[in-house]
Ligand binder design. Structure first.
Ligand code: NAD
Length: 370
């Protein structure tokens, strides 16, 4: 059995607290013959800045390049609000995404039936929801040049961001979407603004070409990104896999996040290009939430998003779908028993802390494999 090498970057705030539960899960899996996982650890974000004045150092970047998967906690917090822009905590995250070439961000939005009442939408709209948003992560308006603020000299300034996409960027992200849809309900919805943006016209055209050439068996539909946002809150179960650019993906995935109730429940994966020889890809797995400075250090953070991010690593980096399913079933079972961290608590449920929720997930895995 191969040894899977992980790099754990817990980061700041609640990052180390929720990462502790992944470490315990990894130890449990090793002890129960469910793979051989080795891990190394490193600093990122504010904690890295405190240690060596950078949001991530070269030695940690080298470890990230060499491992099979990076498991990332969260970075940031008020303590570092005033540090210089290029060494702010988020710069560590952006460097990892950029240097590892992580162009595909995969965010499932799953609404566990036990939590349907935590959503701001009606139960029947979200109960059992299981959709995935695929966001292009390394291109578009966040990176396009020119990106400037110019003083016009008459008391006015002009800010410019540039939205830019090349064919190959749209091809590779749409392939990730079609391939994933084939393993799910076989439907992709592409969202862009082809009515007002040239990048939208090209996006639409290239997705259709990739579909016609390689994925005719998958159902493809297009929605304008604004209408898509509306449909996401109207009837989200119409979707299976949504593929969209960096900017729209940023917003649409946050909308989808709230369908499921709490940020503390949501995992994500960011994948790089498949290496044709080794059939592996660089990858990083992280919860959608941030470092939650308001609750950090209290042992009350919900570890489920972090644990579910590790489950995604099992599925996407290590081809261990069975073990990923087991973790997800264990999470659902712990919720069914009425255990809740503060962010998802509801009447009649038992309030637990980070450690107890981690314990409960492992206990359910014990039970499900007994
Ligand atoms: P946040 O996600 O940290 O917190 C938003 C709210 O959700 C808070 O009330 C928090 O207590 C709650 N929350 C988040 N995760 C939770 C969990 N696992 N369990 C229980 N409650 C949880 O977002 P924010 O407050 O906007 O940002 C805080 C810091 O995190 C900022 O410095 C921000 O820049 C950073 N941030 C980092 C990332 C990342 O590392 N990927 C993402 C978003 C924000």
């Amino acid at each position: 059995m191969p040894t899977h090498k992980l790099l754990l970057l817990a980061g700041d705030g609640i990052g180390p607290e929720v990462m502790a539960e992944v470490k315990r899960l990894v130890a449990w899996m090793n002890a129960h013959g469910m793979g051989t996982f080795e891990y190394d650890e490193g600093l990122v974000g504010g904690s890295a800045y405190d240690a060596h004045g950078k949001a991530i150092d070269e030695a940690t970047m080298a470890k990230a390049q060499a491992c099979d998967a990076v498991i990332f906690g969260a970075v940031g917090g008020p303590k570092w609000d005033k540090v210089p822009y290029d060494v702010r905590p988020e710069a560590g995250l952006l460097r990892l995404r950029k240097d590892l070439g992580l162009f595909a961000n995969i965010r499932p939005a799953i609404c566990y039936p036990a939590l349907a009442d935590a959503s701001s939408l009606k139960r029947d709209v979200v109960d059992g929801l299981d959709i995935v948003i695929i966001r292009e992560l390394t291109g578009g308006v966040y990176f396009g040049e020119p990106k400037t603020i110019t003083d016009l000299g008459n008391g006015q300034k002009r800010a410019v961001d540039t939205q830019v996409y090349d064919t190959y960027e749209i091809e590779r992200i749409s392939r990730v979407a079609f391939e994933l849809a084939r393993k799910r309900n076989n439907k992709v919805t592409s969202m862009e603004k082809r009515n007002v943006m040239k990048t939208g016209v090209l996006w639409n055209e290239v997705v259709q070409q990739v579909h016609a050439r390689e994925f005719k068996d998958v159902t493809l539909e297009h929605q304008l990104a604004d209408a898509g946002g509306m449909q996401l809150v109207r009837w989200p179960k119409q979707f299976d896999v949504i593929v969209t650019d960096n900017l729209f993906g940023d917003m649409l995935s946050d909308v989808a996040a709230m369908l499921t109730g709490s940020l503390g429940m949501l995992p994500s994966a960011s994948l790089g290009e498949m290496d044709a020889k080794t059939r592996t890809r660089k990858a990083m797995y992280e919860p959608v939430h941030g470092s939650a400075p308001d609750i950090a250090g209290n042992g009350v953070a919900n570890p489920i998003a972090m644990i579910a991010s590790f489950a995604m690593a099992l599925r996407y980096s290590f081809d261990r779908g069975k073990e990923a399913d087991l973790i997800e079933k264990a999470i659902a079972a712990a919720l069914d028993k009425g255990l809740r961290t503060a962010d998802i608590k509801s009447e009649g449920c038992k309030l637990v802390g980070t450690r107890e929720m981690g314990d409960a997930v492992i206990a359910e895995m014990e039970r499900l494999t007994a």
